[in-house]
Every structure is written in C-alpha cells, then in structure tokens.
Ligand binder design. Structure first.
Ligand code: ADP
Length: 643
C-alpha cells in the first residue's frame, strides 16, 4: 500500500513538472515581452512627443516673431508717415508724450529738422542804425544806463517792425537793470515783451525774444515763492511746452528749461525735457549713417536706436522701454495656452526652452519660449506612461488569470487521472479479497469436504456473504464512477422526509434488530418534505446508518433525529462508536479516504460511502458535516432545503 502511494506521488510529480515549467513559460515570456514592448513604446512616444512639441514651438516662435516684426515696422512707419513737415516740433512733442519712444529725431530730406542743437553766434544781433549806435555808446561807452534806456525806448516808439522793437525793449530792460531800476525792467520784460505781440518774434539768430525776456525777468525776481515769480514762470512754462511756436529752437528750449529748473528747483516737470536732452546727447555721438529698418545699439549704454526705412524718423529707446514695447506686442500675439514668449536682448542669458531670432528689424534679439506651470511634455508623457503601465498591468493580470485557469484545469485533469488510477488499483484490490476467499472456500468444498453437510452449509453461507459483499462493492464502484463522470441524473420530486428515513431503516433491515443494538428514532411530526431523488436520498441515510453500525462496538446505540429550522430539514445520525479524530472530519468525505484501513478491511468498506453521501447532498443544494470524538461516537448532520 505504502509503495503504491509513493509511486503515485512520484508519477504525479513527474507528470506535473513539465506542465508547471510550461505554465511559467506561458506567464513569464509574454509578460517579459509585454514589458519590453511597453518600454520600447514609451521611449518612442517620448521621442515623438518631443519632436512634435519642438516643431510646434518653432512654428509658434516663427509666427510670433514674424508678427512682432511686422507690427513694429508698421507702427513706426505709420508714425513717420503722419509727421507733417510744417509742424515737426509739435509732432516731436506728441510722439514723446504718447510714449512711442524715449526720444525722437525728425529728418527732412535726410537733414535733421528737430531737435537741432544749434550753436548760437556771439555776434550782436542788434541793428546798426544811428539811434542804435547812440544808445550803445551811452550804454557801453559812457556807462550811462539810464540814458541808454531812454534812447532804446525812443527806438521802440519809432520802430515799425516787431523784431526791432522787441530787440530795443530787451536792450532797454538790460539798461534799466544796470541802472538798478528792477521793477521798471521787470515791467518791460513781463508786460511788454511777454505779451502776445512778441510771442512769435525771434532774433536774427532765430531765438525767441519773449522766452529770453521772461527768463530774464525771473532772474531779476529771484524769489520763486513770490506770486509775481509764479505768474511769470507759469507763462514761461506754458510757452516752453507749446511746440506750435516755430520761433523756439530745441537748443533754446533746453537751455531755458534748464535755467528755469536751476532758478526754481521745484518747478513742474516738462514732459519733453528728458527727450530733448536725450536727443541732444545722442546727436553728439550719433554715427553718420544708421541702418534704416533696424534696431541698433548706440554709443550710449542701454540706448537703442531705430530709423524708419523712409529715414524720416529716428526713435531712441532706453532698453527697459524697448522691452516694454516688445512685451506689449508679444502680449497681443495669440499663442497656444501655457506658452509664454519673451524678448531677449543681445548678450542676455537665454534660459528658455527654445528661442528664435526675431528677425532683421531686431538683429541678435531673440524671442524666447518658456512654459507656464510645468513641462507639458512631461505631463503628456506621464499620461502616456500611465496608459502603458495600466495596459501592461491588465495584460499581465489577464495572462496570470488565464494561467491560473489553465493551472486549475491541469490540476483537475491530473487529479482525475490520479483518481482513475486509484480507482483501478482500489477496485482490483477490493475485488481480490472476496474472490480469493470464495475460491478458497470452493476449492475446499471441491476437495471433498462437501460430505460434511454442516460444513458445506457453513461454507456456502460464507460464499454467499462474500458474494453479497462483492455485489455491494461493485454497486459502490458503479455509483462512484457514474458520479465521477457527472452523469448521475437526479429526479426532482417532492419526497416526504419521514418516508426517506423509514425506507433507509428498512434497507438496513434486521442489522438494527441484532442483539446489543438499539435504535432511537426522533422525527418531528411536522417535518416538511424535500425535493429531490427519492432513491438517492435513501442511499444517503443507508450509507450513514451503515457506517453507524460498522464503526461501533458490540453495544450499538444509533440515534436518528429529524427536525426543521431556517427553511431547511436537518437529519442527524448519531452513534456511540469508535469515532475519529477531529483532523479527519473533513477528509472522511474524500473518495477512498479511510481513517483505519485495517479496520475497513474487516468491515468491508472501500472509502466511497461518505463521498457518495456528500455528492448526493450537494446535488440537492444541501450539506453534510461530521462531528466526532474518538471512542465516544460520531454525529453526521445532513441539511436539505425544505420543499
Ligand atoms: P467505508 O466504506 O470505509 O466505510 P466511508 O466513506 O463510508 O467508507 O467512510 C470513510 C471512513 O470514515 C471510514 O473508513 C471510517 O474510517 C470513517 N467513518 C465513517 N463513518 C464513521 C462512523 N460512524 N464512526 C467512525 N468512523 C466512521
């Protein structure tokens, strides 16, 4: 027996190893393949994504650069186009105030028109008539300023031209000042020369006389806190800010503005002063030729210059201002969400993801692209990777599940094969004993012992018994084999529980009436019927009763109890027999399992009775359990759903 079991185990083991190796191959190889492909696909995806994005970024940058350049050129071309040649200073002031640049230089036929820094000649601008000579002789030669002032006054009264009288008034005020007659001098300067008549009068060098007069008056007044100073200063400021007056040159304007600021540090800001100064400063260092249509650096630090292609307008930009203008042009561009563009001046560090030259209008300037809120490449790749990983995981899970199913199938097949082998071995083994004893008995009888009638009777009885045992064994095998092939078809009819129990008792027959045997039947009167196969159900209890009788000593106490609860019918078969250990209470339902094989040999079992019981009960949606204590008896409880 031991040998048989060992050989079975080895057979099964040998049979299983290739299957398991195959299984591992089936799981491991495709999984490795899936992961390899996934990895490869992920790498490709990353590469492709990077290329797509680079392409997208380049297109974005190129279009934006193109547009920025176009709108830049359009803007300054339009500004230059809109300059009227007869009101250039006015155009200058407007452009500066509108903030289109930090300063401008306006040209006409390649000659600078405004702002021009003209150096004035020191030659006296005063006329050379007899009266003028006389007045100058009194003023400078004789040092009689009061008389000179009177003579200048005479010139004013005689003169017909506004320029001559303005010059004479200026000289008169100068002499009054020299004579210490300041109120009179101021009166002439502010009220006469500062009046509207002389507003547009310029001296022969092109300087506005009234502007100089007002400045002179303020110099005489000295105290900026005085109302007369404030009033005069207001007139002067208004004239300085008025770019419609053609008689004011930019040089004079800058000079007077500077003088006024020196006299009165708190004077209001001139909106164009910085632009005038910047233009003058640039002009000093400006190259002879600019490159029209290009933003260029200048000799002044952080100052950029742009000349329109028609060469009419030269715009000067401090770098910050230029950046600001570019930023606003960039902001007007429509870009893909999450992409940020910025201008990078030459020489500045470019930390962006990608950059492109802006174009001819901005040599060496770059348009850089950066990404808001993290790298989209990374997030897109992450998403892809997640998809791949999930696909991989699902595929692997699928493969694993299929493998488990396959393994289960294989295990079932192996078990079935083993069972078949077991069955054949068991059947031959079980059949061998009764056949051998029958042959022995027959041989004994044949050898002449049949004359002894009593012995013959005894032997024949023994042969009959062996025969019965043989039949029951074969019956058991057949039932088992039917079950094993899953071909046992059960009827579905309403069967009275009492009837089943009684039929089973009847089938067990007079073995229950033997001396020393006591049966206690306790069946609840209202016990409901069950649905199922009558004969099969009887077999269940016959087998249980049979065991109860088989595995008890000489005094057999069998108790059969039936009751209903929870919609089920419960039937217990209890005995006072040898019992079995707790560890066996599940195993005894396995086919061919026997707690004590030597004992079974005597009782004539083959380990199939309880597996038949379990099979039938399970087929009726019920269950069977066993409880026992060695030496004290066992209880088998069958539960069947009530009809
Ligand atoms: P067998 O033909 O050997 O009786 P069974 O399937 O009916 O086969 O029982 C399996 C084993 O369970 C038995 O060999 C026996 O060891 C044990 N067994 C079954 N019923 C009882 C019982 N009432 N008391 C003690 N042991 C039992």
């Amino acid at each position: 027996m031991i040998f048989r079991r060992m050989s079975k185990a080895t057979d099964a083991g040998q049979g299983l190893w290739p299957a398991f190796a195959m299984l591992i191959a089936v799981v491991v190889l495709p999984t490795a393949g899936v992961f390899w492909f996934m990895n490869q696909a992920m790498q490709n995806e990353q590469l492709a994504m990077r290329q797509r994005l680079t392409e997208l970024y380049r297109t974005q940058l190129q279009t934006a650069a193109e547009r920025i350049q176009t709108s830049w050129r359009n803007k300054y071309n339009l500004l230059s186009y809109n300059i009227h040649q007869d009101s250039v200073p006015e155009a200058f002031a407007l452009l500066v105030k509108a903030g289109h640049a930090d300063s401008f230089l306006v040209y006409q036929k390649e000659r600078l028109v405004y702002p021009k820094s003209v150096a004035f000649s020191r030659i006296s601008a005063e006329p050379q008539t007899i009266l003028w000579r006389e007045a100058r002789r009194l003023e400078y030669g004789k040092n009689l300023p009061k008389d000179a002032a009177e003579t200048y006054g005479k010139i004013v009264r005689q003169s017909t031209g506004a320029q001559e009288s303005a010059l004479a008034l200026m000289a008169q005020a100068r002499c009054l000042n020299k004579a210490g007659l300041w109120p009179e001098a101021i009166e002439v300067l502010v009220h006469t020369l500062g009046g509207d008549r002389y507003r547009n009068v310029a001296d022969p060098q092109g300087r506005s006389i009234s502007l100089n007069a007002l400045l002179f008056a303020l110099q005489l007044m000295k105290e900026p806190s005085r109302p007369s100073f404030q009033k005069t200063a207001a007139i002067l400021i208004e004239r300085l800010n008025d770019y419609r007056v053609p008689s004011i040159s930019s040089a004079q304007r800058r000079f007077v503005m500077g003088q006024l600021r020196a006299l009165w540090p708190d004077c209001p800001q001139f909106p164009t002063f910085a632009a005038e100064e910047l233009a003058a400063e640039f002009e000093k260092t400006a190259p002879d030729q600019l490159k029209p249509g290009q933003v260029q650096p200048t000799a002044i630090k952080n100052l950029w210059v742009y000349q329109t292609p028609d060469k009419t307008l030269v715009a000067l930009f401090r770098q910050d201002h230029l950046m600001g203008i570019l930023e606003s042009m960039i902001a007007a561009q429509k870009t893909v969400n999450g992409i940020e563009l910025s201008a990078i001046p030459p020489g500045a560090a470019d930390l962006s993801r990608q950059s492109e030259n802006i174009g001819d209008a901005f040599p060496s300037w770059k348009l850089a692209l950066s990404i808001e809120g993290g790298d989209p490449l990374q997030s897109a790749t992450k998403q892809r990777i997640a998809t791949y990983v999930w696909t991989g995981v699902l595929l692997t899970a699928g493969i694993a599940m299929l493998s488990i199913l396959m393994a289960n199938y294989l295990r079932r097949q192996v078990r079935l094969t083993r069972l078949k082998n077991d069955l054949i071995a068991n059947v031959s083994h079980e059949l061998k004993t009764p056949l051998a004893s029958m042959r022995l008995l027959v041989d004994t009888l044949r050898d002449g012992n049949y004359q002894n009638v009593q012995l013959t009777q005894e032997y024949l009885q023994m042969i009959g018994k062996e025969n019965v045992r043989l039949s029951s064994l074969i019956e058991g095998f057949l039932t088992f084999s039917r079950m094993e092939r899953n071909k046992a078809k059960f009827e579905q009819e309403v069967v009275q529980t009492g009837e089943i129990v009684r039929s089973a008792l009847e089938a067990v027959g007079n073995r229950l009436q033997a001396p020393g045997c006591r049966l206690e039947l306790d069946l609840a009167p209202e016990i409901p019927p069950v649905i199922g196969d009558r004969d099969a159900l009887i077999t269940v209890f016959v087998n249980l009763l049979d065991n109860a009788l088989k595995y008890t000593g000489d005094t057999k106490e069998v108790r059969l109890r039936g009751y209903s609860s929870d919609g089920s019918v419960w039937i217990e078969v209890q005995d006072n027999g040898i019992g079995f250990p707790r560890s066996a209470s599940r195993k005894i339902f396995e086919r061919f399992y026997q707690v004590d094989r030597t004992l079974s040999r005597r009782t004539g079992g083959c380990g199939l009775g309880l597996s038949i019981v379990q099979f039938i009960v399970a087929a009726h949606n019920g269950s069977v359990t066993a409880k026992s204590q060695p030496g004290k008896g066992s209880t088998f409880t069958v539960r069947l759903p009530a009809a």
